[in-house]
Design a binder for this molecule. Structure first.
Ligand SMILES: *Cc1c(COP(=O)(O)O)cnc(C)c1O
Length: 406
């Protein structure tokens, strides 16, 4: 048995398909975001502009957040010292969970190590605790939701992305007496489009289904207090469980769910991924809490991110670049081929000091490989102008869609 060969074959396949993942080692520079130092494989380094960060509001370098983290380290030290059940629960956990419940106007909140862990832990546990449920899941749901649904083990129907008619049809064909869950996202991170939350909640009410909404790419960014799209649209009371992250717009680390007291308490009590792991450290909790509270009142960052996204789309439109026309701040430019996508992003990095990670299968379907651009609150008009000028030149001069062959 040649174990080495087996793994090598898998890696060779990735290389052949042009989707071997190469990470870009960066050194973020506090105060200079979206600029960072990029360390190339040859040992050289240079300053680049990041165009694919999820630190949408620059909160990862926000003074209030950094000071909260520093103070927490000074006052409480490094680690939490245990799992939530065994000595790891900090007062800061409770403060953060209360702050998140308040954000979504829910009875309770629960913090996990990451958004991934929150989706996996919450969905699998909710499924297991319901008696023989049926789950309805959007086809573009995040890997963490898919993982949670799979480990929950129940009958499952995938509805076409944001297709309310398809969801309706599937619900109508389902046994009315069985428990049901509809799991979906608000802002879809690879398309930049937004779910018809009202229509989904109306269907859920009609068919007595629980709604589970992933607002990972919306919390901090949308709504008067950063609650997300459901807050912005006045729909918070219609969604049962909201899931989010503290690692994207909030700029720190960690994930969470908010919802009715009994559901949250049941997940707390039964979720293996919540219970059997060390609790987040005081520094991260303090930073996340500072960020959530800060963005409940400050609108400057949200406004700047929105106007930058709008300006980016307007410039792409003027230059006829093929971006997906979603309503959100995420702007995806389709390339349509893995090798080609990698070639374009390599040129951007090597010749123009612009860093965009190519997005390939299985993150997106084959044939829809793309560059996912995020104009954050920290990007300047000059950054955006440069980006669109370079992309326009690349698409024209190199004919991006033919890069793979020549
Ligand atoms: C990133 C992401 C997650 C996971 O959140 P982390 O805090 O990064 O683990 C969950 N859902 C969606 C839609 C995401 O994009």
């Amino acid at each position: 048995m040649d174990y080495n060969q087996i793994f090598d074959n898998h890696l060779q396949n990735l290389h052949k398909e042009g989707r071997y993942r190469v990470f870009a080692p960066l050194e973020r520079i506090c105060g200079k975001f979206p600029k960072a130092v990029y360390h190339a494989p040859d040992g050289s380094s240079k300053e680049v502009t990041i165009w694919c960060s999820n630190d949408y509001l620059g909160m990862g370098q926000n003074k209030t957040v950094i000071n909260a983290i520093k103070n927490a380290v000074d006052n409480h030290g490094a680690g939490a010292g245990g799992s939530r059940n065994i000595s790891g629960t900090q007062k800061l956990h409770i403060d953060l969970e209360n702050s998140l419940a308040d954000l979504h106007q829910k009875e309770a909140g629960l913090v996990f190590s990451s958004g991934y862990a929150a989706n996996e832990g919450a969905l699998s546990t909710i499924i297991k605790l319901l008696h023989d449920p049926i789950i309805f899941s959007d086809e573009h749901n995040h890997a963490s939701m898919i993982h949670g649904i799979k480990s929950g083990k129940c009958e499952k129907y995938i509805y076409r992305h944001n297709d309310i008619e398809h969801l309706k049809e599937l619900l109508q064909n389902a046994d009315p007496s069985r428990p049901k869950i509809i799991a979906f996202e608000s802002v879809y991170s690879m398309e930049g489009d937004i779910a018809p939350i009202q229509e989904i909640c109306d269907l859920a009410q009609k068919h007595k289904a629980l709604t589970y909404l992933d607002e990972v790419h919306a919390v901090g960014l949308y709504g008067k207090r950063g609650g997300g799209i459901a807050e912005q649209r006045g729909l918070l009371d219609q969604v049962d469980i909201v899931e989010g992250t503290l690692a994207k717009a909030y700029g720190v680390m960690g994930g969470f769910i908010t919802g009715p007291k009994n559901i949250i308490d049941a997940v707390r009590s039964f979720s293996s991924g919540f219970i059997f792991t060390t609790a987040l450290p005081p520094s991260i909790l303090a930073g996340a809490l500072a960020s959530v509270e800060y963005l409940k009142s400050s609108e400057i960052e949200r406004a700047r991110a929105q106007s930058n996204a709008k300006y980016l789309k307007q410039k792409l439109e003027e230059n006829n670049l093929p971006y997906l026309k979603g309503e959100s701040h995420i702007v995806s430019l389709i390339v349509g081929d893995a090798t080609c996508c990698k070639a374009v992003t390599n040129i951007l990095l090597q010749e123009y000091d612009i860093y965009v990670q190519p997005i390939n299968y299985p993150t997106v379907p084959k044939g829809t490989e793309r560059m996912r651009l995020t104009a954050t609150a920290a990007h300047s008009t000059k950054d955006i102008d440069k980006m669109v000028d370079v992309l326009t030149a690349l698409y024209q001069e190199h004919n991006v869609l033919n890069l793979k062959t020549g």
